[in-house]
Each structure stands twice: as C-alpha cells, then as structure tokens.
Design a protein around this ligand. Structure first.
Ligand code: ADP
Ligand code: MG
Length: 258
C-alpha cells in the first residue's frame, strides 16, 4: 500500500482545558477527495487549523510527504512554511480582491516569485496565459474574466477563490464548508468542480450539507468527527447507515442525514 501524503496520529488540542481534538488519527492518500463531516463544534475547523499551522497540537504527529524517511513534520512549521509546501486552505468566507477583475485575481495568485505590482503590469508568458484560461474554464467564469470580482454572486466568488488557490498549484486543498450560503444549483456545481479536481489534487472537504456530501463522496471516503474524536470512517452509504452517526446527527435535529 502506498504511503499516505498526510499522516496524522494521536493529535490532541485543548483550549483552556476544553478538548477540541482528542487522539485523532487521519491518513490522506495522494489524489484522494476526503469528506469530513460532523455536527457543529465537532472540531472540523480546528483540525484544519492544526494541519495548516494556525495552531499547534498539544501532542501527536502531523507529517506531510509520501516518502516515509523524507517527510515534513508540520508540527514544527508555521503557517507560511506549511503553505509553501503546498497545503492550501479555503476558508468559509471568500476573500477575493473585489476591485480587481476575475482574471487579475487569478494572475495575482499564480505560483512563482512575482510581486503584486509586477503581477499586474508585467506581461504574462503564454504558458501563464494558458493556465489562466484553463482556470477560468475550470471554475466556469470564462465569460466573466473581465468582471470586477466584487460584482460576482456569492457562489461565483467561492469558485474564484478555489481558482486562486489552484493557481498556486497546491498539493493539498483544504476546503471548509464550501456550500454554505449557496443556492442548490451553485452547490451542485461546486460539487462537480471539487470532483473534477480529485486525482490531480488531494482534497479534504469539510461539509454539513448531506446531499452535497452524497454527491462529492460518491467514490471517496467520509470521516465523521464528533466531539473532537473519530466517530467512524468509510463509504458514504456505510457512514450514513451507522447508528452512531444517525444518533449524533438526528439528535441535534438541524442537519439530518437524509
Ligand atoms: P467545527 O468546525 O466542527 O464546527 P470547531 O473546530 O470550530 O468545530 O470547534 C470545536 C470546538 O473547539 C468548539 O467548541 C470551539 O468553541 C472550540 N474552539 C475552536 N477554536 C477555538 C479557539 N481558538 N479558542 C477556544 N476554543 C476554540
Ligand atoms: Mg467549522
């Protein structure tokens, strides 16, 4: 079996004595699209905070790299260093440069040592131009490349931000509740976009919306967190049928498993 790209073992994180994450194990393989679900407060965003160096675990191991003897210990790196290794995070609220065009937003995010100014005023190489065109197509904003990003609909801004993250060519993409605040149509398209990235990229998607989870988890695995621990892991159907998952979700009423 291949070595995981991301190896998380026995991590714990407490905030003033409150256990946000307890003894969590998690393995992500290259090209995987993993969905992480769990009720509010389960520790999903904290898990992303730990992976990205926003906060450090009290104990446990977080390693990045498919070679066992040559992996990076993420618990020793800061946010910028982790991001440079190719772990990119999409927060819930989109942050795009509203006064710049959609195309410029992508240019500003291209991989490479270009400053903000040179990005906008320097000519792009044809490879870079092709890359931008490809990204615009992928996020389905080809027709709006010259629009000011601030004029986009909420869902479109989210796609643009995913495009911006992709422009930096990450190895792992962490996406926190992308469907929040989206229309059904936007949610479905977001699912298609994320599915199209699997294989080329490795992704962890945190999500609440069960019909969306069903869509994106059709071939992949689902990890269920509850009170900072791993409740269960498996294919969507298995997870959905698990009585513990039903109890955790149905017990809260709001986010049913149907
Ligand atoms: P989820 O994303 O699954 O809804 P979170 O990871 O945001 O859950 O939160 C898990 C728990 O940890 C919550 O009870 C939250 O209040 C707590 N928590 C998260 N971050 C912090 C922090 N920086 N300081 C104190 N408590 C936190
Ligand atoms: Mg959260």
């Amino acid at each position: 079996m291949a070595h995981p790209l991301l190896t998380v073992e026995d991590i714990s994180k407490t905030y003033d004595g409150f256990k946000a994450i307890t003894k969590l194990n998690f393995y992500l393989f290259e090209g995987e699209l993993r969905t992480v679900i769990g009720p509010n407060g389960a520790g999903k965003s904290t898990f992303f905070d730990l992976l990205t160096g926003r906060t450090r675990p009290d104990e446990g191991k977080i390693e990045f790299g498919t070679e066992a003897n040559n992996s990076h210990d993420l618990t020793r790196l800061n946010e910028v260093e982790i991001n440079r290794l190719g772990i990119a995070r999409k927060f819930q609220t989109p942050s795009v440069y509203t006064e710049h065009s959609v195309r410029e937003n992508l240019v500003l995010s291209l991989k490479g040592p270009r400053g903000v100014f040179s990005s906008l005023f320097q000519r792009l190489s044809s490879t870079e131009n092709d890359r931008i065109d490809e990204l615009l197509k992928l996020i389905r904003l080809e027709a709006k490349g010259s629009w000011k990003a601030g004029l986009l609909a909420h869902g479109e801004k989210q796609w643009l931000e995913i495009g911006m993250l992709l422009a930096a060519e990450p190895r792992v993409l962490l996406v926190d509740e992308p469907a929040a605040g989206m229309t059904d149509e936007e949610t479905y398209r977001t699912g298609e976009l994320l599915l199209s990235l699997a294989g080329k990229h490795s992704l962890i998607v945190v999500e609440h919306d069960m019909s969306f989870v069903r869509q994106i988890a059709r071939d992949g695995r689902v990890t269920v967190l509850h009170q900072g621990t791993l409740l269960c892991e498996g294919k969507f159907d298995e997870v959905q049928a698990d009585p513990r998952v039903r109890e955790v979700y149905l017990g809260r009423g709001k986010h049913g498993t149907r």
